[in-house]
Design a protein around this ligand. Structure first.
Ligand code: AMP
Length: 524
Protein backbone atom coordinates (compact mmCIF):
# COMPACT_ATOMS: atom_id res chain seq x y z
CA UNK A 1 0.00 0.00 0.00
CA UNK A 2 1.24 3.48 -0.85
CA UNK A 3 1.95 6.18 1.65
CA UNK A 4 -0.87 8.33 3.00
CA UNK A 5 -0.02 12.01 3.13
CA UNK A 6 -1.17 14.68 5.54
CA UNK A 7 -2.02 18.02 3.95
CA UNK A 8 -2.44 21.34 5.72
CA UNK A 9 -4.49 23.24 3.14
CA UNK A 10 -3.87 26.76 4.38
CA UNK A 11 -5.37 30.11 3.44
CA UNK A 12 -1.96 31.52 2.60
CA UNK A 13 0.37 28.53 2.47
CA UNK A 14 -0.04 24.78 2.33
CA UNK A 15 2.24 22.08 3.67
CA UNK A 16 2.48 18.33 3.11
CA UNK A 17 3.83 15.67 5.43
CA UNK A 18 4.22 11.87 5.58
CA UNK A 19 5.61 9.25 7.92
CA UNK A 20 9.18 8.22 7.29
CA UNK A 21 10.62 5.42 9.37
CA UNK A 22 7.96 5.91 12.01
CA UNK A 23 8.51 9.65 12.26
CA UNK A 24 6.51 12.40 10.55
CA UNK A 25 8.49 14.59 8.16
CA UNK A 26 7.62 17.71 6.23
CA UNK A 27 8.07 17.04 2.52
CA UNK A 28 10.05 19.76 0.76
CA UNK A 29 9.50 20.64 -2.89
CA UNK A 30 12.31 20.01 -5.37
CA UNK A 31 13.25 23.66 -5.02
CA UNK A 32 13.59 23.16 -1.27
CA UNK A 33 10.44 24.95 -0.11
CA UNK A 34 8.71 23.40 2.90
CA UNK A 35 5.47 25.30 2.34
CA UNK A 36 3.71 26.27 -0.88
CA UNK A 37 1.63 29.41 -1.41
CA UNK A 38 -2.05 28.53 -1.80
CA UNK A 39 -2.23 30.56 -5.00
CA UNK A 40 -3.52 29.65 -8.45
CA UNK A 41 -3.26 31.70 -11.63
CA UNK A 42 -3.81 31.53 -15.35
CA UNK A 43 -1.28 33.52 -17.38
CA UNK A 44 -1.88 35.58 -20.49
CA UNK A 45 -0.63 32.60 -22.51
CA UNK A 46 -3.31 30.45 -20.86
CA UNK A 47 -0.83 28.56 -18.71
CA UNK A 48 -2.00 27.38 -15.30
CA UNK A 49 0.34 28.12 -12.41
CA UNK A 50 0.19 27.00 -8.79
CA UNK A 51 2.23 27.87 -5.71
CA UNK A 52 5.40 29.96 -5.83
CA UNK A 53 5.17 30.53 -9.59
CA UNK A 54 1.60 31.79 -9.25
CA UNK A 55 2.45 34.04 -6.32
CA UNK A 56 5.47 35.51 -8.06
CA UNK A 57 3.43 36.85 -10.97
CA UNK A 58 0.54 38.16 -8.81
CA UNK A 59 1.59 41.82 -9.05
CA UNK A 60 1.61 41.88 -12.83
CA UNK A 61 -1.46 39.65 -13.23
CA UNK A 62 -3.71 40.55 -10.27
CA UNK A 63 -7.03 39.92 -12.01
CA UNK A 64 -6.21 36.29 -12.80
CA UNK A 65 -4.40 35.36 -9.60
CA UNK A 66 -6.63 33.55 -7.11
CA UNK A 67 -5.49 33.67 -3.48
CA UNK A 68 -7.24 33.05 -0.14
CA UNK A 69 -9.68 30.60 -1.71
CA UNK A 70 -10.10 29.07 1.73
CA UNK A 71 -11.88 32.21 2.90
CA UNK A 72 -14.55 31.61 0.25
CA UNK A 73 -14.85 27.83 0.08
CA UNK A 74 -18.22 26.38 1.10
CA UNK A 75 -19.76 29.81 1.61
CA UNK A 76 -22.90 31.16 0.09
CA UNK A 77 -22.39 33.93 -2.46
CA UNK A 78 -24.96 36.03 -0.64
CA UNK A 79 -23.09 35.84 2.70
CA UNK A 80 -21.59 39.04 4.17
CA UNK A 81 -18.07 37.56 4.10
CA UNK A 82 -18.24 36.99 0.37
CA UNK A 83 -19.70 40.47 -0.20
CA UNK A 84 -16.69 41.91 1.61
CA UNK A 85 -14.25 39.83 -0.46
CA UNK A 86 -15.98 40.87 -3.69
CA UNK A 87 -15.12 44.47 -2.87
CA UNK A 88 -11.51 43.95 -1.79
CA UNK A 89 -10.07 41.02 -3.74
CA UNK A 90 -8.22 41.76 -6.97
CA UNK A 91 -9.94 38.94 -8.88
CA UNK A 92 -13.56 38.66 -9.91
CA UNK A 93 -16.00 36.72 -7.73
CA UNK A 94 -19.37 35.66 -9.14
CA UNK A 95 -22.42 33.68 -8.17
CA UNK A 96 -22.69 29.97 -9.03
CA UNK A 97 -25.89 28.01 -9.68
CA UNK A 98 -26.30 26.92 -6.02
CA UNK A 99 -25.71 30.39 -4.56
CA UNK A 100 -22.13 29.12 -4.30
CA UNK A 101 -19.05 31.17 -5.06
CA UNK A 102 -17.23 31.09 -8.39
CA UNK A 103 -14.05 32.94 -9.31
CA UNK A 104 -12.73 33.98 -12.70
CA UNK A 105 -9.19 33.37 -13.89
CA UNK A 106 -8.02 33.48 -17.51
CA UNK A 107 -11.59 34.13 -18.61
CA UNK A 108 -12.78 30.81 -17.14
CA UNK A 109 -15.09 30.31 -14.20
CA UNK A 110 -13.91 28.03 -11.38
CA UNK A 111 -15.70 26.72 -8.32
CA UNK A 112 -13.81 26.97 -5.04
CA UNK A 113 -13.34 23.20 -4.67
CA UNK A 114 -11.68 23.29 -8.10
CA UNK A 115 -9.26 26.01 -6.99
CA UNK A 116 -8.43 24.14 -3.78
CA UNK A 117 -8.02 20.97 -5.87
CA UNK A 118 -5.28 22.70 -7.89
CA UNK A 119 -3.41 23.38 -4.65
CA UNK A 120 -3.98 19.80 -3.46
CA UNK A 121 -2.73 18.46 -6.80
CA UNK A 122 0.44 20.48 -6.34
CA UNK A 123 0.94 19.12 -2.80
CA UNK A 124 0.31 15.61 -4.10
CA UNK A 125 2.85 16.18 -6.89
CA UNK A 126 5.48 17.44 -4.40
CA UNK A 127 4.89 14.36 -2.26
CA UNK A 128 5.04 11.95 -5.21
CA UNK A 129 8.26 13.51 -6.46
CA UNK A 130 9.88 13.13 -3.05
CA UNK A 131 8.52 9.73 -2.12
CA UNK A 132 8.98 8.37 -5.65
CA UNK A 133 5.63 6.62 -5.52
CA UNK A 134 2.05 7.35 -6.45
CA UNK A 135 -0.05 8.88 -3.72
CA UNK A 136 -3.79 8.30 -3.67
CA UNK A 137 -4.87 8.84 -0.07
CA UNK A 138 -4.70 11.81 2.24
CA UNK A 139 -5.79 13.32 5.51
CA UNK A 140 -6.66 16.99 5.03
CA UNK A 141 -6.97 19.56 7.78
CA UNK A 142 -9.58 22.31 8.12
CA UNK A 143 -10.15 25.03 10.71
CA UNK A 144 -12.00 23.57 13.69
CA UNK A 145 -14.69 26.16 13.22
CA UNK A 146 -15.50 25.15 9.63
CA UNK A 147 -19.18 24.27 9.23
CA UNK A 148 -20.51 21.29 7.30
CA UNK A 149 -20.67 23.12 3.95
CA UNK A 150 -17.04 24.20 4.26
CA UNK A 151 -15.95 20.67 5.23
CA UNK A 152 -17.95 19.09 2.44
CA UNK A 153 -16.49 21.53 -0.08
CA UNK A 154 -12.97 20.69 1.14
CA UNK A 155 -13.70 17.01 0.75
CA UNK A 156 -14.99 17.70 -2.78
CA UNK A 157 -11.69 19.46 -3.50
CA UNK A 158 -9.91 16.26 -2.48
CA UNK A 159 -12.09 14.19 -4.82
CA UNK A 160 -11.51 16.63 -7.68
CA UNK A 161 -7.77 16.27 -7.06
CA UNK A 162 -8.11 12.48 -7.33
CA UNK A 163 -7.38 11.90 -3.66
CA UNK A 164 -9.27 9.62 -1.37
CA UNK A 165 -9.74 11.76 1.72
CA UNK A 166 -9.45 9.29 4.60
CA UNK A 167 -10.31 11.88 7.18
CA UNK A 168 -10.87 15.60 7.54
CA UNK A 169 -9.31 16.70 10.83
CA UNK A 170 -9.32 19.99 12.64
CA UNK A 171 -6.16 22.06 12.48
CA UNK A 172 -5.73 22.69 16.22
CA UNK A 173 -6.36 18.99 16.90
CA UNK A 174 -3.69 18.10 14.34
CA UNK A 175 -1.33 20.53 16.05
CA UNK A 176 -2.04 18.83 19.39
CA UNK A 177 -1.26 15.43 17.84
CA UNK A 178 2.09 16.71 16.62
CA UNK A 179 2.79 18.26 20.00
CA UNK A 180 1.84 14.96 21.65
CA UNK A 181 4.45 13.20 19.51
CA UNK A 182 7.14 15.35 21.07
CA UNK A 183 5.90 15.16 24.64
CA UNK A 184 4.90 11.54 24.93
CA UNK A 185 2.64 10.25 27.66
CA UNK A 186 2.16 13.17 29.93
CA UNK A 187 -1.25 14.01 31.18
CA UNK A 188 -2.01 17.63 30.62
CA UNK A 189 -4.56 20.13 29.47
CA UNK A 190 -3.51 22.29 26.56
CA UNK A 191 -4.86 25.24 24.59
CA UNK A 192 -4.05 25.46 20.90
CA UNK A 193 -4.22 29.06 19.66
CA UNK A 194 -4.21 28.93 15.86
CA UNK A 195 -4.04 32.19 13.92
CA UNK A 196 -3.30 31.64 10.25
CA UNK A 197 -3.67 33.78 7.16
CA UNK A 198 -7.44 33.74 7.11
CA UNK A 199 -8.86 31.89 10.07
CA UNK A 200 -8.67 31.79 13.83
CA UNK A 201 -9.31 28.75 16.04
CA UNK A 202 -8.87 27.98 19.68
CA UNK A 203 -9.21 24.48 21.06
CA UNK A 204 -8.83 23.13 24.56
CA UNK A 205 -7.67 19.51 24.75
CA UNK A 206 -6.85 16.93 27.37
CA UNK A 207 -3.92 14.70 26.57
CA UNK A 208 -3.22 11.43 28.30
CA UNK A 209 -1.56 8.15 27.32
CA UNK A 210 -2.34 8.13 23.60
CA UNK A 211 -5.75 9.76 24.05
CA UNK A 212 -6.36 13.22 22.63
CA UNK A 213 -9.68 14.57 23.73
CA UNK A 214 -10.98 17.92 22.57
CA UNK A 215 -13.07 19.53 25.29
CA UNK A 216 -14.14 22.67 23.53
CA UNK A 217 -13.41 24.63 20.44
CA UNK A 218 -14.37 27.99 18.98
CA UNK A 219 -13.16 30.39 16.37
CA UNK A 220 -13.84 32.71 13.50
CA UNK A 221 -13.38 31.48 9.95
CA UNK A 222 -13.01 35.06 8.75
CA UNK A 223 -10.28 36.42 10.99
CA UNK A 224 -6.58 36.08 10.31
CA UNK A 225 -3.26 37.49 9.17
CA UNK A 226 -4.87 39.01 6.11
CA UNK A 227 -6.81 41.35 8.37
CA UNK A 228 -3.51 42.63 9.73
CA UNK A 229 -2.39 43.30 6.15
CA UNK A 230 -5.66 45.09 5.38
CA UNK A 231 -5.21 47.23 8.51
CA UNK A 232 -1.76 48.29 7.29
CA UNK A 233 -3.01 48.84 3.73
CA UNK A 234 -5.83 51.11 4.90
CA UNK A 235 -3.27 53.13 6.80
CA UNK A 236 -0.98 53.37 3.75
CA UNK A 237 -3.86 54.43 1.49
CA UNK A 238 -4.86 57.10 4.00
CA UNK A 239 -1.32 58.42 4.43
CA UNK A 240 -0.76 58.48 0.67
CA UNK A 241 -4.02 60.27 0.08
CA UNK A 242 -3.11 62.79 2.81
CA UNK A 243 0.23 63.62 1.24
CA UNK A 244 -0.66 63.48 -2.48
CA UNK A 245 -4.45 63.74 -2.69
CA UNK A 246 -4.48 60.51 -4.73
CA UNK A 247 -6.83 57.70 -3.71
CA UNK A 248 -5.23 54.31 -4.40
CA UNK A 249 -8.17 52.21 -3.32
CA UNK A 250 -9.61 51.81 -6.83
CA UNK A 251 -6.36 50.83 -8.52
CA UNK A 252 -6.13 47.01 -8.51
CA UNK A 253 -2.47 46.86 -9.40
CA UNK A 254 -1.53 49.45 -6.76
CA UNK A 255 -3.62 47.55 -4.20
CA UNK A 256 -1.80 44.31 -4.99
CA UNK A 257 1.54 46.05 -4.49
CA UNK A 258 0.31 47.65 -1.26
CA UNK A 259 -0.93 44.29 0.01
CA UNK A 260 2.43 42.64 -0.71
CA UNK A 261 4.33 45.50 0.92
CA UNK A 262 2.01 45.49 3.93
CA UNK A 263 2.51 41.78 4.52
CA UNK A 264 6.27 42.07 4.07
CA UNK A 265 6.49 44.97 6.54
CA UNK A 266 4.29 43.08 9.01
CA UNK A 267 6.56 40.04 8.89
CA UNK A 268 9.69 42.18 9.19
CA UNK A 269 8.25 43.87 12.25
CA UNK A 270 8.15 40.50 14.00
CA UNK A 271 11.95 40.59 13.97
CA UNK A 272 12.88 44.29 13.95
CA UNK A 273 11.35 47.42 15.47
CA UNK A 274 11.00 49.48 12.28
CA UNK A 275 10.29 48.68 8.63
CA UNK A 276 10.59 50.86 5.56
CA UNK A 277 7.82 50.63 2.98
CA UNK A 278 9.02 51.84 -0.35
CA UNK A 279 6.81 51.64 -3.45
CA UNK A 280 8.14 53.73 -6.32
CA UNK A 281 5.81 54.80 -9.13
CA UNK A 282 2.73 53.66 -7.25
CA UNK A 283 0.66 56.41 -8.94
CA UNK A 284 1.01 59.53 -11.01
CA UNK A 285 -0.75 62.83 -11.58
CA UNK A 286 -0.25 65.79 -13.93
CA UNK A 287 2.94 66.69 -12.11
CA UNK A 288 4.49 63.30 -12.72
CA UNK A 289 5.00 59.97 -10.94
CA UNK A 290 4.35 59.55 -7.22
CA UNK A 291 6.21 57.26 -4.83
CA UNK A 292 5.18 55.88 -1.51
CA UNK A 293 7.93 55.96 1.07
CA UNK A 294 7.00 55.43 4.68
CA UNK A 295 8.44 54.10 7.91
CA UNK A 296 6.26 51.79 9.96
CA UNK A 297 7.12 51.09 13.59
CA UNK A 298 6.17 48.10 15.69
CA UNK A 299 4.16 50.43 17.96
CA UNK A 300 2.18 51.78 15.02
CA UNK A 301 1.51 48.23 13.78
CA UNK A 302 0.29 47.29 17.26
CA UNK A 303 -2.02 50.30 17.28
CA UNK A 304 -3.44 49.37 13.86
CA UNK A 305 -4.01 45.71 14.66
CA UNK A 306 -4.67 45.49 18.39
CA UNK A 307 -8.43 45.19 17.93
CA UNK A 308 -7.97 42.10 15.72
CA UNK A 309 -5.98 40.32 18.45
CA UNK A 310 -8.53 41.45 21.02
CA UNK A 311 -11.22 39.67 19.03
CA UNK A 312 -9.25 36.42 19.29
CA UNK A 313 -8.74 36.86 23.04
CA UNK A 314 -12.46 37.32 23.52
CA UNK A 315 -13.07 34.03 21.74
CA UNK A 316 -10.43 32.34 23.97
CA UNK A 317 -12.28 33.59 27.02
CA UNK A 318 -15.59 32.18 25.79
CA UNK A 319 -14.03 28.80 24.97
CA UNK A 320 -12.55 28.43 28.42
CA UNK A 321 -15.94 29.24 29.91
CA UNK A 322 -17.60 26.72 27.60
CA UNK A 323 -15.14 24.09 28.80
CA UNK A 324 -16.11 25.03 32.38
CA UNK A 325 -12.49 25.70 33.14
CA UNK A 326 -10.33 28.41 34.51
CA UNK A 327 -7.36 29.97 32.72
CA UNK A 328 -5.04 28.50 35.33
CA UNK A 329 -6.28 24.99 34.53
CA UNK A 330 -4.40 25.17 31.22
CA UNK A 331 -0.93 23.62 31.53
CA UNK A 332 0.42 24.62 28.15
CA UNK A 333 -0.47 27.07 25.38
CA UNK A 334 0.62 26.13 21.87
CA UNK A 335 0.85 28.70 19.11
CA UNK A 336 0.03 27.62 15.58
CA UNK A 337 -0.20 29.56 12.30
CA UNK A 338 2.18 32.06 10.72
CA UNK A 339 0.54 35.08 12.32
CA UNK A 340 1.44 33.89 15.82
CA UNK A 341 5.03 34.98 15.06
CA UNK A 342 3.84 38.52 15.68
CA UNK A 343 5.16 39.89 19.00
CA UNK A 344 1.82 41.58 19.68
CA UNK A 345 -0.04 38.27 19.37
CA UNK A 346 2.49 36.50 21.60
CA UNK A 347 2.31 39.23 24.20
CA UNK A 348 -1.48 39.36 24.32
CA UNK A 349 -1.77 35.56 24.47
CA UNK A 350 0.85 35.43 27.24
CA UNK A 351 -0.95 38.13 29.21
CA UNK A 352 -4.29 36.43 28.82
CA UNK A 353 -3.22 32.92 29.82
CA UNK A 354 -0.67 34.18 32.33
CA UNK A 355 2.06 31.93 30.93
CA UNK A 356 4.69 31.85 28.25
CA UNK A 357 3.41 29.97 25.16
CA UNK A 358 5.21 26.75 24.22
CA UNK A 359 7.89 27.35 21.58
CA UNK A 360 8.77 23.77 20.63
CA UNK A 361 6.57 23.38 17.55
CA UNK A 362 7.01 24.98 14.16
CA UNK A 363 3.90 27.13 13.57
CA UNK A 364 3.87 26.59 9.80
CA UNK A 365 4.49 22.85 9.80
CA UNK A 366 2.89 21.45 12.92
CA UNK A 367 -0.59 21.06 11.40
CA UNK A 368 0.63 19.04 8.40
CA UNK A 369 2.72 16.89 10.73
CA UNK A 370 -0.32 16.17 12.89
CA UNK A 371 -2.26 15.22 9.75
CA UNK A 372 0.46 12.68 8.85
CA UNK A 373 0.35 11.27 12.39
CA UNK A 374 -3.40 10.82 12.07
CA UNK A 375 -3.01 9.31 8.58
CA UNK A 376 -0.65 6.71 10.01
CA UNK A 377 -3.02 5.97 12.88
CA UNK A 378 -5.85 5.40 10.41
CA UNK A 379 -3.91 3.04 8.19
CA UNK A 380 -1.74 1.09 10.61
CA UNK A 381 -3.31 -1.88 12.25
CA UNK A 382 -1.53 -1.41 15.52
CA UNK A 383 -2.20 2.03 16.81
CA UNK A 384 -2.10 3.53 20.24
CA UNK A 385 -3.72 6.76 19.27
CA UNK A 386 -7.28 7.70 20.08
CA UNK A 387 -8.55 11.03 18.87
CA UNK A 388 -11.80 12.37 20.25
CA UNK A 389 -12.85 15.56 18.55
CA UNK A 390 -15.98 17.66 18.94
CA UNK A 391 -18.45 19.37 16.66
CA UNK A 392 -17.75 23.11 16.72
CA UNK A 393 -21.32 24.18 15.97
CA UNK A 394 -24.75 23.11 17.13
CA UNK A 395 -26.78 21.13 14.61
CA UNK A 396 -30.52 21.44 14.50
CA UNK A 397 -33.65 22.20 12.57
CA UNK A 398 -35.87 25.17 11.83
CA UNK A 399 -39.10 25.04 13.79
CA UNK A 400 -42.38 26.90 13.73
CA UNK A 401 -42.10 30.69 14.01
CA UNK A 402 -38.62 30.90 12.48
CA UNK A 403 -36.86 29.42 15.49
CA UNK A 404 -33.86 27.12 15.63
CA UNK A 405 -34.06 23.94 17.71
CA UNK A 406 -30.64 22.38 18.31
CA UNK A 407 -30.53 18.58 18.28
CA UNK A 408 -26.79 18.15 18.75
CA UNK A 409 -25.20 20.85 20.90
CA UNK A 410 -21.80 22.25 20.00
CA UNK A 411 -18.74 20.70 21.65
CA UNK A 412 -20.39 17.27 21.56
CA UNK A 413 -17.84 14.51 20.89
CA UNK A 414 -18.05 13.14 17.34
CA UNK A 415 -19.04 10.79 15.79
CA UNK A 416 -22.51 11.28 17.22
CA UNK A 417 -26.02 10.31 16.22
CA UNK A 418 -29.23 11.83 17.56
CA UNK A 419 -32.79 11.10 16.57
CA UNK A 420 -35.89 13.19 16.64
CA UNK A 421 -39.49 12.15 16.06
CA UNK A 422 -41.35 14.18 13.47
CA UNK A 423 -45.04 14.15 12.80
CA UNK A 424 -47.61 15.91 10.68
CA UNK A 425 -49.37 19.24 11.37
CA UNK A 426 -52.42 18.61 9.15
CA UNK A 427 -54.77 15.68 8.56
CA UNK A 428 -53.79 13.48 5.61
CA UNK A 429 -50.49 15.30 5.22
CA UNK A 430 -48.07 13.13 3.21
CA UNK A 431 -44.95 15.29 3.16
CA UNK A 432 -43.00 17.32 5.74
CA UNK A 433 -40.25 19.76 4.86
CA UNK A 434 -37.23 19.80 7.16
CA UNK A 435 -34.54 22.47 7.14
CA UNK A 436 -31.20 21.44 8.67
CA UNK A 437 -29.12 24.24 10.13
CA UNK A 438 -25.85 24.76 11.96
CA UNK A 439 -25.06 27.64 14.32
CA UNK A 440 -25.68 29.18 17.70
CA UNK A 441 -28.47 31.68 17.08
CA UNK A 442 -32.05 31.14 18.31
CA UNK A 443 -33.26 32.46 14.99
CA UNK A 444 -33.20 29.94 12.14
CA UNK A 445 -32.26 32.51 9.52
CA UNK A 446 -29.15 33.62 11.39
CA UNK A 447 -27.66 30.13 11.18
CA UNK A 448 -26.02 28.34 8.27
CA UNK A 449 -28.49 26.37 6.16
CA UNK A 450 -26.91 22.98 5.45
CA UNK A 451 -29.76 21.74 3.36
CA UNK A 452 -33.41 20.94 3.34
CA UNK A 453 -35.32 17.81 2.56
CA UNK A 454 -38.84 16.52 2.14
CA UNK A 455 -40.03 13.59 4.16
CA UNK A 456 -42.42 12.10 1.67
CA UNK A 457 -44.65 9.05 1.39
CA UNK A 458 -46.05 9.50 4.89
CA UNK A 459 -49.20 7.41 5.22
CA UNK A 460 -52.42 9.40 5.33
CA UNK A 461 -53.60 9.78 8.91
CA UNK A 462 -54.90 12.27 11.45
CA UNK A 463 -52.47 15.08 12.23
CA UNK A 464 -49.90 14.18 14.88
CA UNK A 465 -50.39 10.43 14.40
CA UNK A 466 -47.55 9.36 12.09
CA UNK A 467 -44.19 8.98 13.78
CA UNK A 468 -41.13 9.50 11.67
CA UNK A 469 -37.80 9.02 13.34
CA UNK A 470 -35.20 11.27 11.74
CA UNK A 471 -31.54 10.66 12.63
CA UNK A 472 -28.86 13.27 12.37
CA UNK A 473 -25.32 12.01 12.34
CA UNK A 474 -22.06 13.87 12.47
CA UNK A 475 -19.18 11.64 11.44
CA UNK A 476 -15.53 11.87 12.48
CA UNK A 477 -14.92 14.33 9.62
CA UNK A 478 -17.51 16.66 11.13
CA UNK A 479 -19.75 16.00 8.11
CA UNK A 480 -23.49 15.72 8.58
CA UNK A 481 -25.77 12.95 7.34
CA UNK A 482 -29.50 12.59 7.74
CA UNK A 483 -31.71 9.50 7.53
CA UNK A 484 -35.35 8.80 8.38
CA UNK A 485 -37.60 5.90 9.29
CA UNK A 486 -41.35 5.54 9.61
CA UNK A 487 -41.70 3.95 13.05
CA UNK A 488 -44.97 2.20 12.26
CA UNK A 489 -44.11 0.69 8.90
CA UNK A 490 -40.36 0.47 9.72
CA UNK A 491 -39.81 1.75 6.22
CA UNK A 492 -36.72 3.88 5.59
CA UNK A 493 -37.73 7.19 4.15
CA UNK A 494 -36.02 8.28 1.01
CA UNK A 495 -34.61 11.69 1.73
CA UNK A 496 -32.25 13.79 -0.28
CA UNK A 497 -30.59 16.70 1.41
CA UNK A 498 -30.02 19.36 -1.18
CA UNK A 499 -26.83 21.11 -0.20
CA UNK A 500 -27.26 24.84 -0.01
CA UNK A 501 -23.89 25.89 -1.30
CA UNK A 502 -22.08 22.78 -2.41
CA UNK A 503 -21.69 21.08 -5.74
CA UNK A 504 -23.70 18.16 -7.05
CA UNK A 505 -22.03 14.75 -7.39
CA UNK A 506 -22.11 15.08 -11.17
CA UNK A 507 -20.40 18.43 -11.05
CA UNK A 508 -17.68 17.05 -8.77
CA UNK A 509 -17.16 14.08 -11.12
CA UNK A 510 -16.86 16.33 -14.15
CA UNK A 511 -14.42 18.63 -12.37
CA UNK A 512 -12.35 15.61 -11.34
CA UNK A 513 -12.07 14.56 -14.99
CA UNK A 514 -10.88 18.03 -15.98
CA UNK A 515 -8.38 18.06 -13.13
CA UNK A 516 -6.96 14.74 -14.30
CA UNK A 517 -6.25 16.34 -17.67
CA UNK A 518 -4.52 19.17 -15.88
CA UNK A 519 -2.47 16.73 -13.80
CA UNK A 520 -1.30 15.05 -16.98
CA UNK A 521 -0.34 18.45 -18.40
CA UNK A 522 1.55 19.21 -15.19
CA UNK A 523 3.50 15.95 -15.40
CA UNK A 524 4.39 16.48 -19.04
P1 AMP B 1 -0.60 30.32 7.74
O1 AMP B 1 -2.02 30.37 7.24
O2 AMP B 1 -0.43 29.58 8.99
O3 AMP B 1 0.38 29.94 6.67
O4 AMP B 1 -0.24 31.81 8.17
C1 AMP B 1 -0.03 32.79 7.21
C2 AMP B 1 -0.11 34.16 7.86
O5 AMP B 1 0.98 34.33 8.75
C3 AMP B 1 -0.01 35.24 6.80
O6 AMP B 1 -0.96 36.25 7.08
C4 AMP B 1 1.39 35.75 7.00
O7 AMP B 1 1.53 37.12 6.64
C5 AMP B 1 1.60 35.57 8.49
N1 AMP B 1 3.02 35.51 8.85
C6 AMP B 1 3.96 34.68 8.35
N2 AMP B 1 5.16 34.96 8.89
C7 AMP B 1 4.98 35.98 9.76
C8 AMP B 1 5.84 36.75 10.62
N3 AMP B 1 7.15 36.50 10.69
N4 AMP B 1 5.27 37.72 11.37
C9 AMP B 1 3.95 37.98 11.29
N5 AMP B 1 3.11 37.32 10.50
C10 AMP B 1 3.60 36.33 9.74
Amino acid sequence: MGKVIGIDLGTTNSCVSAMDDGRPIVIPSKAGYRTTPSVFAVTEKDKKLVGHLAKRQAITNPKNTIYSAKRLIGRRFSSPEVKKATKTYSYQITKGPHDDVRVISGGKEYSLPEISAMILLEMKRIAEEYLREKVTEAVITVPAYFNDNQRQATKDAGIVAGLEVLRIINEPTAAALAYGMIKKRREERIAVYDLGGGTFDISILELGAGVFEVISTAGDTYLGGEDFDTGIMDYLVEEFSGSTGINLSDDRMALQRLSDAAEKAKCELSAVKEAQINLPFIASDTRGPKHLDLRLTREKLAELTKDIVERTIKICEETIQQAKLNKKDINEVILVGGQTRSPLVQEMVRNFFGKQPHKGVHPDEVVAIGAAVQAAALTEEKTELLLLDVTPLSLGIATHGGFFTPLIERNTTVPVRKSHIFTTARDDQTTVKIRVLQGESDRADDNELLGEFMLSGIRKAKKGEPEIDVSFDINADGIVNVSAKDLETKKEQSITVTASSGLTEDEVRQMAEEAQMYELELKQ
